[in-house]
Design a protein around this ligand. Structure first.
Ligand SMILES: Cc1cc2nc3c(=O)[nH]c(=O)nc-3n(C[C@H](O)[C@H](O)[C@H](O)COP(=O)(O)OP(=O)(O)OC[C@H]3O[C@@H](n4cnc5c(N)ncnc54)[C@H](O)[C@@H]3O)c2cc1C
Length: 475
């Protein structure tokens, strides 16, 4: 019997999970996939938005601005890549300049710190490679970039270290309530019993809600496609560059990533199907066409990867964070952008809601807020030498592009809630994220996984269930 069961281990579920492990409660987070951060959280722009964009008075505005303030300390505590690089919303004509003024005023109402309207010269001083057609910009110094799946995995891991439970391949297919206890039926295995349930099922939060509550919202997917460019392009800009937002969202942005790549996208396409994450030449073409307005000379021959993510667009046009008509069942749904930026603040309020409705939550005296992760490539030569002396596996480079060592890969597998797939290792410590996209290191990572997990090579999969790499021996 659990006190709280959370459905969904994306950034929202993971943040709530870790927040709950600060208290003496028995908490479990369930995900239908074989790892954390397998939904929208793994495919987005990775921006911690400053908060000038959401309309004043909405939950999106409240949690975005508050969440963004919490990021720096959270990422430091959990050893997650984060950089406050600042963002610029660019204006190219008089109409844009009017919209920038309105954004500025909205940002002031939302209490975003440090916003400034810049003229053409000031913008070009900040970003000399920008299109010369720029007329001005809204500058938000609190805008930042982060590693979204690294953060989600770190939150889950830290929650597990602090006594929470994480269960993968645990698809919730039905929910019943007997007295004050919820019974969550899983596709496989024993049902989970819990006094409170938090629905953080992302794109499928409407389906999970409807398992126990009357239908009260719908979630539709809106696809966004991207280009990831090689690190050779990462330094051409320093800030996150937006164009003026439109009714489909924040538009096409160009941003450095926390790892030094350049990200260009997303497109915006409403879909019916919640599984369609295919990348299309139409979507990519549109991105190139639109991004040209911001930066005329992006070298698309340096493109190393394309991907797409699905925004969870609810018909309420705001985050849905509330106890439902079924007592003890809480929705944390409709998390379109800025859901990532808002997550740390949403987690605090969801725990407060749980306490208000009766969860007895005494603070845990021995809560461990910190988690450390070695990133070999970021160490000084002396630190590298000392580490190799202690453990020679840190002297063996497995991923040449990203300079990832065997020591880091083994650590990513052995940590609490550790990696079990090749892409699980990639999301934790980056082998395969570089220019060759795993061409060299993929088979070595597979071997290390097989060795550490004591599995045959054929049983080590790439990513989701069923993504086999090897089907058997030929000789
Ligand atoms: C293109 C794009 C760009 C974006 N850019 C930004 C940005 O720059 N900044 C920002 O702040 N936000 C951004 N967002 C929004 C942000 O990514 C989301 O708000 C956030 O990732 C949502 O997290 P989540 O935990 O709600 O959902 P998810 O990450 O989708 O997690 C939900 C989890 O629930 C699991 N699940 C579903 N059904 C079940 C079930 N029945 N049983 C068990 N588990 C289940 C899924 O497997 C999944 O892991 C962007 C989104 C997109 C798509």
């Amino acid at each position: 019997m659990y006190d709280v069961a959370i459905v969904g281990a994306g950034i929202i579920g993971a943040s709530i999970f870790r927040e709950l492990t600060k208290y003496n409660v028995k908490v479990i987070v369930l995900d239908k996939e074989n790892d954390a951060a397998m939904g929208t959280t793994r495919a987005n722009s990775a921006i911690v938005h400053a908060g000038y964009d959401p309309k004043e008075g909405t939950l999106m505005a409240k949690y975005n601005v508050w969440g963004s303030e919490l990021f720096e300390e959270l990422c430091r505590d959990l050893s997650v890549p984060y950089k406050r690089n600042g963002s610029l919303v660019l204006g190219f004509d008089d109409e844009d300049m009017e919209r920038l003024k309105k954004l500025y005023e909205n940002g002031q109402k939302n209490k975003v710190r440090g916003l400034r309207l810049l003229n053409r010269e000031e913008v070009l001083m900040k970003e000399p490679n920008l299109s010369q057609a720029v007329k001005g910009a809204l500058y938000a110094p609190t805008g930042a970039i982060v590693g979204p799946f690294e953060l989600t995995i770190a939150l889950i891991e830290n929650g597990v270290t602090n006594g929470g439970e994480f269960k993968t391949s645990a698809e919730v297919i039905g929910i019943e309530k007997e007295g004050v206890v919820f019974c969550l039926k899983l596709k496989e295995g024993e049902p989970i019993k819990s006094r409170y349930v938090v629905n953080a099922a992302g794109l499928h939060a409407d389906k999970v809600h409807n398992m126990i509550c009357k239908e009260s919202f719908k979630i539709l997917p809106r696809k966004g496609e991207y280009y990831v460019m090689d690190k050779s392009q990462g330094g051409i800009i320093q800030h996150t560059l937006f164009q003026c937002p439109n009714k489909m969202g924040k538009g096409v942005l160009i941003t450095p990533t926390v790892h030094g790549n350049l990200l260009v996208g997303p497109s915006s396409e409403d879909l019916e199907e919640k599984k369609n994450v295919g990348v299309t030449s139409k979507g990519l073409g549109l991105i190139q066409e639109t991004a040209k307005k911001t930066l005329e000379h992006i070298n698309y021959r340096e493109n190393i990867r394309n991907f797409s993510g699905l925004r969870a667009i609810s018909d309420r046009d705001d985050f849905i964070i509330e106890e439902t008509a079924v007592k003890g069942f809480i929705d944390a749904a409709g998390m379109k952008s800025p859901g990532l930026s808002a997550a740390p603040a949403i987690a605090i309020d969801v725990v407060a809601i749980l306490q208000q409705i009766g969860l007895l939550a005494e603070p845990k005296k021995d809560f461990q807020p910190k988690r450390h992760q070695i990133r070999f490539a970021e160490l000084s030569p002396q630190e590298k030498q000392e580490l190799i002396k202690k453990d020679p596996r840190y002297g063996r480079i497995i991923c040449r592009c990203e300079q990832v060592t065997e020591g880091e890969i083994v650590e990513s597998i052995q940590r609490p809630a550790g990696a079990t797939t090749v892409d699980g290792v990639k999301r934790r410590c980056r082998p395969g994220m570089g220019r060759c996209q795993g061409g060299f290191c993929g088979p070595r990572v597979q071997e290390i996984l097989a060795r550490e997990l004591k599995k045959p090579m054929e049983a080590v999969i790439l990513d989701r269930e069923g993504s086999y790499i090897l089907t058997g021996k030929t000789k």
